[in-house]
Design a protein around this ligand. Structure first.
Ligand code: FAD
Length: 417
């Protein structure tokens, strides 16, 4: 069995699905080592196991608490399954990633995010979590009751146990529109970075690092915004697109959510890609680095010095804003961030050569890698980037003293002390 991108062949054939919380408990009790798979969209070995893989797609129930303004979901549900149900009942999430195909539990476990300078990671919407720890018992933690333990557990890298339920904050459903602007001069992006980020609820800058103009800026706005975006024909030197576009220009926009300012529900505008269609390129690799928002322009220009090396191997880069959260292992913990993402052509050798150069260029900005994507940052650097990492290790050991949920990825990057 492989991950979605096909670059990781999982290290065991032993696989089972657990369809209920009790089945999860039985499975955890029965096996000495295991790893849970979400929808397998991570690009590194974070979900791999050499012993046993378990999945929980049957845990997909949805229960809305109108008073508390929360929804509690089974951990195997995908955002693509959940969002239409929420919308039908008049509710919404604060944000979504570029694709709805990913599971809620897998996404929050890696600090997955969308864009928007006021929007935290998807994990920042979690208000409670239920998981089965190594002893096979249910553990329940909530934002209101469990303080630091909760903050440590939510972006849990799959290390604490098998998540069975997640409670997420919801808000009244809202409508959105998105406009795409093509060919924005780089000088406008750098000189007016803050104004461009502030122009929409969720803004993405797509660039192949070639030439003096970025390829496209996608601006997603809420219809209920206090100051609606008036979508001028020209915006910071860029031209408003007159047809739907894919972030990778050669690919069909049929895969993408509706643009051209057409009003639609939040869950059909926040992701770039539509459920039921192939997101992104398909055969690809990805890496992504979070830098503090205040260093955004310097960090972008530092990567730009590598443009000739990056160019031949890249499909597209996406630059997004993420609001700070307080979740220990979130790449946006404690700092408003800008994430610089790379969708690479599927040439692992080339990506492995380029990554250390990109990581060196970004090192002065203390770039934190995305947990679900490719990176080569050393464990000692990770420790310096995550002040709570020792506390996270202690927390994981509390729920999993024998390392039942550890794997090579966690041993190499996290449990190094
Ligand atoms: C085309 C594409 C586009 C992407 N776009 C974005 C984006 O816009 N923003 C972004 O931030 N990321 C993005 N990603 C990365 C993706 O969001 C993350 O890799 C995310 O973790 C995938 O979720 P998953 O359900 O596939 O989890 P998996 O990759 O299957 O697992 C990830 C981790 O979660 C753990 N896990 C999963 N389920 C459970 C559970 N029930 N209990 C405990 N642990 C569990 C696994 O053990 C593993 O450690 C993208 C990936 C792809 C392939």
């Amino acid at each position: 069995m492989n991950n979605w991108a096909g670059n990781i062949a999982y290290s065991t054939q032993a696989f089972e699905e657990a369809a209920t919380g009790d089945a999860v408990r039985a499975c955890v009790k029965a096996h000495a080592r295991m790893k849970v798979l979400g929808t397998r969209h991570s690009f590194n070995g974070i979900a791999d196991s050499s012993d046993r893989l378990v999945a929980v797609p049957g845990l997909d129930d949805v229960s809305i608490d109108v008073e508390a303004k929360t929804v509690t979901v089974g951990a195997g549900i995908t955002y693509g399954q959940l969002a239409p149900v929420l919308h039908q009942q008049g509710w919404a999430l604060h944000n979504l990633a570029s694709l709805p195909h990913i599971s809620v539990a897998g996404s929050i476990s890696t600090g997955t995010h969308g864009s928007g300078e006021t929007n935290g990671t998807l994990a920042s919407a979690v208000s409670a979590i239920e998981f089965v720890s190594a002893t096979g018992e249910f553990e329940r933690l909530s934002r209101a009751r469990d303080g630091e333990t909760f903050k440590g557990a939510v972006v849990g890298l799959g290390a604490l146990g098998v998540i069975t339920r997640v409670t997420l904050d919801v808000e009244p459903a809202y409508m959105m529109r998105q406009h795409v602007y093509e060919n924005m001069p780089l000088a406008d992006v750098t000189d007016h970075f803050d104004a461009i980020q502030a122009s929409g609820y969720s803004v993405s800058v797509f660039w192949d690092w070639q030439g003096s103009r970025v390829n496209a800026v996608w601006i997603k706005t809420r219809v209920d915004a206090a100051k609606p975006f008036d979508a001028p024909a020209r915006f910071h030197g860029a031209t408003r697109a007159t047809k739907n576009l894919h972030p990778i220009a050669e690919l069909s926009a049929e895969h993408c959510t509706e643009q051209l300012g057409a009003v639609g529900p939040w869950h059909e505008r926040l992701p770039h890609f539509r459920m039921g269609f192939m997101p992104s390129a398909g055969r690809e690799l990805q890496s992504e680095y979070f830098v503090p928002r205040r260093n955004a322009v310097d960090a972008i220009l530092a990567v730009e010095t590598l443009r000739d090396q990056i160019g031949p191997h890249l499909f597209i880069t996406e630059i997004r804003a993420i609001a700070a959260d307080d979740l220990w292992m979130s790449p946006a913990c404690g700092q408003d961030s800008i994430a610089i993402h790379f969708t690479w052509k599927p040439d692992m050798d080339a990506v492995s050569r380029l990554q250390p150069r990109i990581e060196r260029a970004l090192a002065p900005y203390r770039a934190r890698p995305h947990w679900g994507k490719l990176f080569m940052v050393t464990p000692s650097t990770l420790r310096s980037l995550y002040p709570n990492l020792p506390a996270f290790v202690a927390l994981a050991k509390r729920y999993d003293p024998q390392g039942k949920f550890r794997n090579a990825f966690l041993n190499e990057h996290i449990f190094t002390m």
